[in-house]
Design a protein around this ligand. Structure first.
Ligand code: ADP
Length: 490
């Protein structure tokens, strides 16, 4: 500090002396004035130096003052005791304030970071949920179509795309009327959209023209509500919801099954009523005394017995078929020779054949025809086929039963051929249907129309085999069935 003073004073003094001397000398020389004696000039110089030193001292004091305050502010040099003491208090306050601000900022940062993390988790959960919903929607077999308030498609699953034959990506944002060709469905969506969220879920049934068969669909329409939207009475979109979710469920099979059930019930009751009416009629005749002699009475009783047996057979067949269809029949598997079974069935029907002078010929193969079957059920199959062959073959005809190994000895085939009426070509596809009978044969023999259906159920559903028929009207028929030697393919 002191060095600054000395330097200032020395510099001021030397500078001032030099300056004054130079000024006086140049003024004197230029004006042609005669110079005073050297002693006077020294006095002048000393006076000037004194004045300059005083000015320099003042300047140095001012500079020193400013330097000190500057040093105190930046803290670069040792401050003098007094100003530093005064500044400590405010500086500490400023520091405390600064610390508080920093801490508050740090805590804000921590809270923002935790909120951000929570938002990230929520976003991730929402994304996963959306993905799950989308997976569920696309895995549904029902067609799902979501439209917005403008009836534009906003979402459609794969089932909807395949039902209405559109590409999912191209359908999005298009008017539903451009995507779905069936005007009935478009009309229903429109109606649901117009009704808004007020009417809840609506159900309708539609038939969609499709190949090979029309589709019956149950349409469920749910109008979406938009809680953020104010009701705008009288406005353009007044009363409209935020969109419609349409779900189409294919009920073709249910409708078919219920149609078949109804058909079965009406056919079964009709078929059951026929023998029942016959029995009732004969009872009435007996009561009215119309059978006057023993012979007539016996004849009436025999007819009634015959009809009752037919009724029993029909009920048995119906029960067996429905049990097989419901999967309620448990096969009793046995390894048996089908030649033996065929012989037993033929023996059983020999009296019936003898009545019509029909010869039953059993063609014995060279080897045994063993197969894993339910003995009673397979005997029922062969009996039904031989019985039909006898029924629909005129007197004096011939029935041939031929069991044999087939398919490299992996299956057994049994065929029953006759020289009878044969079957018209148009009847062939319906022959194994329940209650089907060839019209022309109604007069030839009485039947239930269930025998061949039972054969088919036993062979195909229970024994995993196959049935078939070849026939020519007027020339006879050949019915056959094949069953595997081992069940379960072993
Ligand atoms: P049904 O009790 O009437 O004989 P089935 O189901 O056994 O009932 O046979 C159905 C129909 O198939 C018969 O009504 C008959 O018209 C025809 N059918 C069956 N077997 C023969 C056959 N061997 N020859 C000619 N027609 C047959």
């Amino acid at each position: 500090m002191k060095l600054a003073w000395i330097i200032s004073l020395a510099a001021g003094g030397v500078g001032a002396v030099a300056a004054v001397a130079a000024a006086v000398l140049s003024a004197a020389l230029s004006s042609g004035v005669t110079l005073p004696p050297p002693a006077t000039m020294v006095l002048y110089a000393l006076f000037a130096a004194l004045m300059t030193a005083a000015a320099a001292f003042a300047a140095a004091w001012v500079i020193q003052k400013h330097l000190a305050s500057l040093q105190l502010t930046v803290g670069a040099s040792e401050p003098s005791e007094a100003p530093a003491g005064r500044l400590i208090g405010p500086l500490e306050a400023i520091a405390r304030l600064h610390l508080e601000v920093v801490e508050r900022l740090a805590s804000e940062c921590r809270s923002i970071r935790s909120q951000f993390r929570q938002m990230e988790i929520r976003r991730h959960l929402a994304e996963t949920e959306v993905q799950h919903l989308s997976d569920v929607l696309h895995s549904l077999r029902d067609a799902v179509l979501v439209t917005n308030e403008f009836n534009e498609v906003v979402m459609a699953n794969d089932a909807a795309a395949s039902l209405f034959k559109f590409s999912r990506d191209e359908a999005i944002s298009k008017p539903v009327s451009k995507v779905v060709r069936e005007s009935e469905i478009v009309g229903l969506i429109n109606e649901a959209a117009e009704g808004g969220g007020t009417s809840g879920r609506r159900l309708a049934e539609c038939v969609l023209p499709r190949e090979p068969e029309p589709l019956n669909v149950e349409v469920s329409l749910s109008a979406l509500c938009d809680p953020t939207r104010e009701a705008a009475p009288g406005g353009d979109r007044a009363g409209r919801g935020a969109g419609v979710v349409t779900i189409l469920h294919d009920i073709t099979q249910e409708r078919q099954v219920s149609r078949m059930k109804n058909e079965f019930v009406s056919k079964a009751s009709h078929e059951l009523r026929t023998p029942l009416s016959s029995i009732k009629a004969y009872i009435e005749m007996l009561l009215d005394g119309e059978a006057r002699d023993d012979k007539s009475r016996r004849e009436f009783y025999e007819i009634m017995q015959h009809e009752a047996e037919r009724l029993g057979r029909m009920i048995d067949n119906m029960l067996n078929i429905s049990r097989i269809e419901a999967g309620m029949i448990k096969a009793n598997w046995e390894n048996v020779d089908l030649v033996v079974i065929a012989q037993e069935a033929a023996d059983l029907l020999m009296p019936q054949a003898a009545e019509k002078k029909i010869r039953i010929n059993l063609q014995r193969p060279h080897q045994a025809c063993h197969a894993e079957v339910d003995r009673d059920m397979i005997k029922q199959v062969i009996t039904n086929l031989i019985s039909n062959a006898i029924k629909y073959t005129p007197e004096g005809g011939r029935v041939t039963v031929a069991p044999d190994l087939t398919d490299c000895d992996r299956s057994v085939m049994v065929s029953v051929s006759d020289t009878g009426l044969g079957i018209p070509a148009d009847a062939m596809p319906k022959l194994f249907n329940k209650f089907y009978r060839v019209d022309k044969h109604e007069r030839v023999a009485k039947g239930t129309g269930l025998g061949l259906n039972l054969v088919k159920q036993i062979v195909e559903a229970v024994h995993h085999g196959e049935v078939g028929v070849e026939s020519e009207a007027g020339k006879g028929s050949r019915f056959w069935f094949i069953v595997p030697c081992r069940q379960g393919g072993s």
